[in-house]
Design a protein around this ligand. Structure first.
Ligand code: MRU
Length: 367
């Protein structure tokens, strides 16, 4: 996507040949700043500190982190150490394990002298693949949006609600949930997006809103608790969210609060779609509630807020009483029965084992 008229991805090899560029997402929306990663430790920190975030981008950053690690130590031990370090950064998005396992299968057979170059090429190919997958998700989702828009009275925009940021900032480009939205907007379909702010880190308010504004897509930021009310009043035509891990049976794990949106959508007859790139399907598990590890993050993300003051300076304030405990589970699981459909790069599937398997017959799970 473009930033100030310049086409951008969220991660790129720097022309110096020894470092990786990223957008520092902790600075958005108030500053557009880039960073250079030069070591494994810096790549791991970027994921952990959420300078980069979003399931597909976490995987892409891990692949680049392997390259940076192998520049310093291309031995088997170095490769395994890098994998362990990167895998420990965040537990929920399965794209991390997917990217690392694929990379190791490709790199271990190479002689150590060829591994750094091999890892660099692998990371570049993985990024291109991510862009192609997301674009295909957009094309698969666009007819759904067209169909829903055709049911609206003339001149009324299609109201889409989304949660967190499953936009281009969460991927290498395009985004997953946003890909059909960008394509629809670019095709002249009138769309309007309800953007859940997505406490506690506010990826909706700070990142999705910034993206949509940047691309000229009409949108409105709402508090996380407003979605049910808007649905009751017919103000939401469809919900589209992303996923950090989808099970072989179609359960979907995404940013905390997604489940509540799915419940409200179900109660109000609003279609609830999930944009699912195949690298975020975990074919090894079926029951999302029991089997997906949910990241627990620091209480300070709940008790404190950071933002820009009227004088332009950034400030962090405390909003809870000193002494009150805070719990911060980062993700929740939406059971497949609440999901209208999974928008994948191979088309739209019902959220069932059979539906996923029909689109991905090569998947390692038994029929
Ligand atoms: O904690 P984050 O910001 O990494 O969480 C991101 C999400 O939950 C996204 O919806 C998900 O990764 C899908 S991104 C295409």
């Amino acid at each position: 996507m473009k930033v100030n008229g310049q086409a951008r991805r969220t991660i790129w090899p720097e022309p110096d040949g020894v470092s990786v560029g990223i957008i520092d997402q902790t600075r958005l929306p108030h500053a557009f700043a880039t960073l250079r990663l030069t070591t494994l430790a810096e790549a791991a920190h970027a994921i952990r500190a959420m300078q980069v975030r979003g399931a597909p981008l976490i995987g892409a950053t891990a692949a680049h982190g392997l390259w940076l690690a192998l520049r310093a130590d291309p031995s088997d031990a170095g490769l395994h150490h890098a994998r362990t370090t990167l895998l420990a950064t965040r537990p929920t998005a399965v794209n991390l394990r997917w990217a690392l396992d694929r990379a190791l299968a490709h790199l271990l057979p190479l002689p150590p002298t060829g591994r750094a170059a091999g890892a660099r090429a692998f990371a570049a190919a993985l990024c291109d693949e991510d862009v192609a997958i997301n674009r295909a998700i957009g094309e698969a989702g666009l007819p759904l949006l067209r169909e829903l828009a055709a049911r609206k009275p003339a001149g009324r925009p299609l109201n889409i609600l989304t949660h967190c940021n499953a936009g281009w900032l969460a991927t290498v480009d395009w985004g997953t949930a946003t890909a059909p939205i960008y394509l629809a907007h670019d095709a002249g379909l009138p769309v309007h997006v309800w953007v859940d702010e997505t406490r506690p880190r506010n990826q909706g308010a700070s990142l999705t809103a910034w993206e949509l504004l940047n691309h000229g897509v009409p949108h409105t930021v709402i508090v996380d608790n407003a979605g049910g009310h808007l649905m009751q009043h017919g103000e939401v035509d469809v919900v589209i969210v992303g996923t950090d891990r989808t099970t072989a049976d179609g359960d979907v794990c995404n940013k905390i609060g997604t489940y509540l949106k799915a419940l409200a959508a179900h109660d109000n007859g609003v279609p609830f779609y999930v944009a699912v790139p195949s690298p975020s399907i975990d074919w090894t598990i079926r029951d999302g509630v029991r089997e997906i590890p949910i990241e627990e993050r620091a209480a300070g993300e709940i008790t404190r807020l950071t933002g820009r003051q009227d004088d332009g300076q950034m400030a962090t304030i405390t909003i809870t009483p000193e002494g009150s405990a805070a719990a911060n589970p980062g993700f929740d699981v939406t059971p497949a029965r609440l999901v209208t459909g999974l928008i994948t790069e191979r088309g739209v599937a019902p959220a069932t084992a059979a539906g996923l398997r029909r689109l991905f017959p090569e998947s390692p799970i038994a029929p």
